[in-house]
Design a protein around this ligand. Sequence first.
Ligand code: SF4
Ligand code: SF4
Length: 232
Amino acid sequence: MKKFSLKSPLADIRALYDAFDAPLTALDCGQMCALHNPSGKPFCCDICHAVPAAYQQEWNFLREKTDLWHSWRGDECKAGADAEKLRDETPDNMVLLACLGPQACQRMYRALSCRQFPFFPYVTADFRFVGLAFEWEFAPVCWVIQNPDAVTDVYRQQFVALHDRLFALEQEIFESYAIHSARMREVYAAHRRRILLLHRAGGWRLISPGSGRMAMMRGGKCVAPGSWTKSR
Ligand code: SF4
Ligand code: SF4
């Protein structure tokens, strides 16, 4: 019998990380995408392409345990970034961080956002967490988004279990993903595209952003509405 806990997963960051540690794909997807990045780094680990965000509780834990992370200053990438915009877009309960880079990654101290990427929990307009959607801004560069069938079942299961627990006790986090999902629907509706979803129970679905209607599909390529970048 499983022990029932009333504590939020954020109350024990080590346990949270250990419960969400399965490989995203059987092969190292970083090797696949790094080939196409002039810096030679996987895109999601390149501070010039993605600035990681972590919950304040994670940062409290990480800063004590490891030298892997520091507070993002904004000067880590020579090309610079719109620091004000990124900080404005970051929820109040999160902080922007930078790590030592993929050559010095300490896997056990990867942030939750490293483990989630390139997914986020998709919340429907009627507030149901139905599965995993892609961070669409990274579709042009992320090998996993372009090869969605490579995602392992165990990764999906851990992702769903962790977020079910998180959402049960952290309403604010659930709401932030509901807002992010609504934003995705707006973008896809504007481009007349359907959203590709990895359903929480497994298998792929296509969601009409306007009606919310969900259709089954068997694998396939993700169609992104354009190319942007951002923070994660
Ligand atoms: S998740 Fe995507 S961007 Fe990150 S290492 Fe894998 S393929 Fe590259
Ligand atoms: S901690 Fe590791 S996985 Fe996370 S961004 Fe840095 S190099 Fe990538």
